[in-house]
Design a protein around this ligand. Structure first.
Ligand code: 5CA
Ligand code: ZN
Length: 431
């Protein structure tokens, strides 16, 4: 599927550091090195309705920072993101609003693209809708059945009487592979059960071997979208889509699997389980999650409706760079609550930095080419400090504080500084 336009990313002198990232699985900071000069990145994409709220934007900016830091460190980034354009919540919203689910998905994905472009988020090389890979998903589910990792559950309401839904056998996967329940989340059984029920799971479904076994394939029901497959007509469960898309477009055992912390369990745990059952190898080396953005006392979420939309802020005349700065002012792993003061602070910061960059532009342009001015030495030191902050688990608040201090003292703003803020933080201060 079409992605969005790539922002220009200036090259910087020297080379950045390979970042250390918090790995949910090991509970430690680990070097996100990639392999043979390439870092594979899979980030769970939107379910296209009520896009793009500031929580979504915050998660995608976290991984955009990673992408920028990796590139600055000289790595090639192989980035894939999905769009969950077929799933229960999307169908429910389409039915509730009387819009065709395909139209809802297409229009919201378009809105998301335009928001990402305005925020200057580097697009994934592969932007893949689930409906583009239904055949591959059907084959993967059939393979899991064949290998004994999946089983049928009788389905009285199936369109075709004796057809069965297909579930993943978590206990069998734990026995036969390196994966086990809790490997990634490190949650206890009670927490898993609670989150499974809250986040799309069906612990009470009759006929399952384990209440936590997740759905792989939902056989066709009357009136629901359906596709033919090796396991009967129907549609995919949720976690298998990300396993199949990541394996197809990035490959096995890639560097970082990412998304918001609300995906730690069950989604990321089971995407990894499915992939490991299919390949015999771990899904990803590092499992990274962005913290949750709240608004008016609760997690910003489509189901609660407490949303601040990027597109609405933009339509109200807010500079997308200020939205970006408001989000980058919080560490990607922290949970925080958005208020208007976040945007006010970001606007203040943007205007201080921009004013300095514009008023100093003539000074820096007057520096003789190749000259080793004090300003340039200063800029090299600043760049090093920015790189160090960002390589330390993407510490953007520290990077912003370093820049605030630097702008307070600066009487010239060399082009290198403008480029560094652009390349590493995605904010262009001057044309
Ligand atoms: N389509 C699935 C992933 S396969 C999904 O979770 N879609 S979503 O539209 O609900 O969320 C898109 C991304 O934004 C996910 O990575 C999710 O973890 C993240 N996200 C959702 N709400 C918030 C929030 N309030 N704060 C931070 N990130 C959020
Ligand atoms: Zn996902």
């Amino acid at each position: 599927m079409r992605s969005w336009h790539e922002p220009a990313v200036p090259g910087l002198p020297g080379r950045g550091q390979v970042p250390r990232l918090y790995n949910q699985q090991s509970d430690e900071l680990e070097e996100a090195t990639g392999r043979d000069g390439t870092a594979g990145l899979y980030v769970c994409g939107i379910t296209p309705y009520d896009a793009t709220h500031l929580g979504h934007a915050s998660t995608y900016l976290a991984f955009d920072t990673l992408n920028r830091v990796w590139r600055d460190a000289g790595l090639t980034v192989s980035y894939t993101q999905n769009v969950t354009d077929i799933d229960d919540p999307l169908l429910e919203r389409a039915t509730a609003t009387g819009v065709d689910w395909r139209e809802l998905a297409a229009s919201q994905t378009d809105l998301f693209r335009s928001d990402m472009e305005a925020l200057r988020v580097i697009p994934p090389a592969n932007y893949i809708a689930v409906t583009e890979v239904i055949d591959e998903i059907g084959r993967a589910v059939a393979e899991l059945v064949e290998a004994g990792f999946a089983y049928g559950v009788p389905t009285p309401d199936a369109s075709n009487g004796d057809a069965q839904d297909v579930y993943f056998d978590a206990a069998r996967a734990a026995e036969a592979t390196s994966w086990f329940l809790g490997l990634e989340s490190r949650y206890d059984d009670a927490t898993m059960l609670e989150l499974f029920a809250q986040r799309g799971g069906d612990p009470d479904r009759a006929g399952k071997r384990n209440p936590l076994d997740p759905l792989l394939w939902r056989v066709a029901r009357d009136g629901e979208p359906q596709w033919p497959s090796a396991v009967g007509a129907g549609r995919p469960g949720w976690h298998i889509e990300c396993a199949v898309i990541a394996l197809k477009y990035i490959g096995r055992d890639f560097a970082v699997q990412g998304g918001g912390a609300d995906l730690i369990f069950p989604h990321h745990e089971f995407s990894a389980a499915h992939a490991t059952a299919l390949t015999g190898e771990p899904f990803a080396s590092i499992h990274a999650h962005a913290g949750m953005v709240a608004y008016e006392g609760e997690k910003m979420s489509k189901s609660l409706g407490n949303l601040v939309l990027v597109s609405r802020l933009r339509a109200a005349g807010v500079d997308a760079r200020a939205i970006r700065l408001a989000l980058l002012a919080h560490h990607y792993r922290s949970d925080w609550e958005y208020t208007d003061a976040d945007l006010e602070r970001a606007n203040g910061r943007l205007s201080r930095w921009s004013t300095a960059a514009h008023s100093a532009a003539s000074v820096s342009n007057a520096t003789p080419a190749g000259g080793d001015s004090a300003g340039e030495r200063d800029a090299a030191e600043l760049l090093e400090r920015l790189r160090t902050a960002l390589a330390d688990d993407l510490d953007t608040p520290r990077a912003l504080a370093v820049l605030d201090g630097w702008f307070d003292d600066a009487d010239a703003v060399p082009g290198t500084v403008v480029d560094a803020i652009d390349a590493l933080l995605g904010i262009r201060l001057t044309d």
